[in-house]
Write a protein that binds this ligand. Structure first.
Ligand code: SAH
Length: 270
């Protein structure tokens, strides 16, 4: 079946924007390109008058319906697919794609999944901690000076999404696990891996970050997360069972030894 991008499933998330004018200009870019859901996390200065001035009358509706959050993790909990945008490359910033490849991917992903595209603050961009929430990172190629103005970066990504949406595509689009489901799975995995001594209880996050990278590459579906959580529950159950069986066995052995001792004691008396 021909597949069209579902723009209503795609949100633009501005994390800690510092300048209200950039929020307004980002809303205008979204409006130009047919996107309407804007999420703003912990803005530094939210001065509505300044936001609206750059948004123009056309994008005022987007500004009126902005969803505000205090915290990025909470803001992303309902999304199934999280895209981070970064001017910087290297280090933890792996699995980088281009805006056009991202847009092509979103054609199928957005059909059944809620997608968040996260932009960082103007001064520092997204931190390593922030990008751990992302399934994929996108970089807008530039000449040597890589840092674009926030609203211009939003425009380029929205333009690519809009353009990809006009082409018809074929694609299989399963429902991916959302952030809430993934975070639950990571908590459960961490707990079980510490308890079976696979990861060091003093520094569990070192290994968990590696596992997060691995699972992020896999793009887990909701059903697959349930399977992994089921395996964790089974390991937990089996560990407890072995422990309880061991206790029972020990008790049995103690009873046998006690009976033997009694028997030996009686025999030596006679
Ligand atoms: N100084 C920061 C850039 C901040 S610009 C840094 O070096 O990371 C504000 C935001 O605009 C970035 O967090 C990112 O979301 C977006 N952005 C700017 N330039 C970009 C680029 N070349 N590719 C992708 N996103 C970019």
């Amino acid at each position: 079946m021909p597949d069209k991008i579902n723009l209503s499933n795609i949100s633009i998330v501005l994390h800690k924007p510092r300048h209200p004018e950039n929020i307004g200009a980002a809303a205008r870019s979204m409006c130009n390109m047919g996107l309407s859901q804007l999420v703003v996390v912990n803005p530094k200065n939210y001065i509505l008058k300044k936001v609206l001035k750059l948004a123009t009358h056309e994008a005022a509706d987007i500004v009126e319906h902005v969803k505000f959050h205090e915290d990025l993790k909470e803001a992303l909990s309902e999304y199934n697919y999280v895209v981070g945008t970064t001017a910087r490359l290297g280090g933890e910033r792996q699995v980088i794609t281009s805006p056009s490849r991202l847009a092509e991917k979103l054609v199928s992903v957005s059909r059944k999944n809620r997608v968040a595209i996260v932009f960082g603050p103007e001064d520092k961009g997204l931190s390593n901690e922030d990008i751990r929430h992302c399934h994929i990172l996108v970089n807008i190629p530039t000449a040597e000076f890589s840092s674009l103005n926030l609203a211009q970066a939003v425009m380029i990504i929205c333009f690519e999404i809009f353009t990809a949406g006009r082409k018809e595509n074929e694609g299989f689009a399963p429902r991916l696990a959302n952030r809430h489901e993934l975070d639950g799975m990571y908590d459960q995995l961490k707990d079980i891996l510490v308890r079976i001594c696979y990861i060091n209880h003093e520094n569990p996050d070192y290994w968990m970050n590696k596992l997060r990278h691995f699972f992020t590459r896999m793009q887990l579906r909701a059903r697959e997360v349930s399977i992994i959580r089921g395996i964790c529950r089974q390991i937990d159950w089996y560990g407890k069972k072995c422990y309880e069986d061991g206790l029972k066995e020990k008790k049995k052995e103690q009873n046998i030894t006690r009976v033997n001792r009694k028997y030996e004691a009686r025999n030596t008396k006679h």
